[in-house]
Design a protein around this ligand. Structure first.
Ligand code: AMP
Ligand code: ZN
Length: 470
């Protein structure tokens, strides 16, 4: 059993799989119109840590993470700042599907770079529209929804439990809480859209019993979680900003449609801040892994270590200095582990067993990762453990920490697949003598923290800070 802070119970609560075998877990995923910033990655990492905690304890996990490629993206695509970014990425004039595919691939690349274990399934919202329509129809049938002019709304007053997760009960919500223009078709200001009628300019649209339209954002997670994990599952994760309205509305939809509780436990990660404010695209205070690589911080696992130094339910302020310190610690540990590996184990080592017990208790006790990192330092400095025991313990714990502690510290981190593809495209451009294209690709590579040297044997990519970008 692993204890975590359950947002619904408002207490640290033991979690175990309902069927005593496989923990079923749903993780709110990225909206794929931009690169995930490291704040997003912090929340995804929290899900990875719970999952690794269960797997370390011998419990199988079935994790599903959605990809939002419809329903939550169009407004932002018209944002001017975003257009600039798309131009810089060299992907202007692409269709929404091409943009979604590009950023989905980039997200999966980030997941791999951060040693986040891949989910069993990454359902795309655009592929589950029939399931969403069915769910909306079920809510209409059960009297939890109503339709006006091709748009279907959830009727919050039909669901007595509304507000249980977030504390935002109907009587507490002010009419302007959604910061949107008052919609005269709503019966109550807190009602929310399940299905939206498509206006004439709307590019992505689907046929439905209510005319052409597209799904609301919240319905996708209700539909995909239940389609893939069943109408009752163990754990649902997200960031604290998902609690309201996203998860409150998800509960109303899923429980309204089924008539029973669907999610057994809710887990939310606190925000990553930068300059004291929530990291976000709109505040402009965000970094993604590519930005960090371009500034010479090309080891994503140092970001992972930095995040482990703070517990998931505390806010954390990101600074480059702290990242630099995490990089140095990681390199030092890797060098030490490399030197110790293969040294004989002192047998029997009661000291090693005691450390192992402490590690397990820290992980099972609400993912106390900062204490596990302190424990790593303690092991490194310990006088009662031999080098072989130290290496063996740290290599074992790496199954949870995911820091590649046994990796050769002096080898540079691997070149991402995305960059290798660009290197090949640049070579083709050079063969065509298209120097402008080749230079453009070189700049893109620099943004990814990759330099190319042209040698008689062909191009040689290597990791390194880009001199051209600040
Ligand atoms: P999005 O791609 O905007 O839908 O966000 C993906 C996930 O990142 C959601 O679960 C958010 O709760 C989470 N998130 C967004 N901003 C931050 C932040 N600054 N720190 C931690 N998590 C965040
Ligand atoms: Zn969601």
């Amino acid at each position: 059993m692993i204890a975590v802070y359950d947002t619904m119970a408002r207490a640290v609560t033991g979690v175990r799989p309902a069927d005593a075998r496989t923990l079923t877990m749903y993780t709110c995923g990225p909206t794929v119109y931009r690169y995930a910033h490291i704040g997003n990655l912090r929340t995804f990492l929290m899900a990875d840590l719970v999952r690794r905690a269960f797997e370390y304890a011998g419990v199988e996990v079935r994790q599903v993470q959605n990809i939002t490629d419809v329903g939550h993206m169009t407004d932002e695509l018209f944002d001017r700042g975003e257009d600039k970014m798309l131009v810089a990425a060299g992907i202007e004039n692409r269709s929404p599907k091409e943009i979604a595919d590009y950023y989905t691939a980039a997200f999966l690349e980030d997941v791999r770079a951060m040693n986040i274990r891949p989910a069993a399934d990454y359902p795309r919202a655009s592929e589950y529209v029939p399931q969403m329509i069915k769910l909306v129809a079920r809510l209409l049938e059960r009297g939890h929804a109503y339709e006006r002019d091709g748009t279907v709304y959830f009727d919050v007053r039909s669901f007595p439990g509304y507000g249980r997760l977030s504390g935002n009960t109907i009587d507490r919500l002010r009419p302007d809480h959604r910061k949107e223009i008052a919609d005269p078709n709503k019966r109550h200001h807190a009602d929310f859209v399940l299905w939206m009628r498509a206006g004439p300019d709307r590019a992505i649209r689907f046929p439905s019993p209510w005319g052409e339209g597209y799904p609301g954002w919240h319905i996708e997670c209700s539909a995909m979680s239940m389609a893939l994990l069943g109408e009752s599952f163990d754990l649902h994760t997200g960031g604290v900003d998902n609690i309201f309205p996203h998860h409150e509305d998800e509960i109303a939809q899923s429980e309204g449609a089924t008539g029973h509780r669907v999610v057994r436990h809710w887990l939310h990660g606190e925000h990553l801040l930068a300059e004291g404010r929530k990291m976000s695209k709109s505040a402009g205070n965000f970094y993604d892994l590519r930005d960090l690589a371009a500034r010479g911080h090309g080891e994503p696992l140092a970001v992972r270590l930095l995040f482990l130094q703070c517990r998931y339910r505390a806010q954390m302020n990101f600074t480059m200095d702290a990242l630099g310190a995490a990089e140095r610690a990681l390199t030092r540990w890797r060098r030490l582990v490399a030197g110790w590996t293969g040294a004989p184990l002192a047998s029997p080592s009661h000291a090693a067993a005691a450390y192992e017990d402490r590690f397990r208790a820290l992980i099972a006790g609400d993912l106390d990762t900062p204490a596990t990192i302190a424990l790593v330092s303690e092991v490194v400095a310990s006088a009662d453990l031999g080098p072989g025991d130290k290496a063996a313990l740290l290599a074992r714990w790496d199954a949870v920490l995911g820091l590649d502690l046994a990796r050769d510290a002096d080898a540079s981190p691997p070149i991402p697949a995305e960059a290798l593809e660009l290197v090949a495209r640049r070579e083709e451009a050079r063969l065509r003598r298209d120097w402008a294209e080749a230079d453009g690709i070189r700049r893109r590579l620099a943004e990814l923290g990759v330099q190319v040297e042209d040698t008689p044997e062909g191009p040689k990519p290597r990791r390194g800070a880009a001199p051209t970008t600040a």
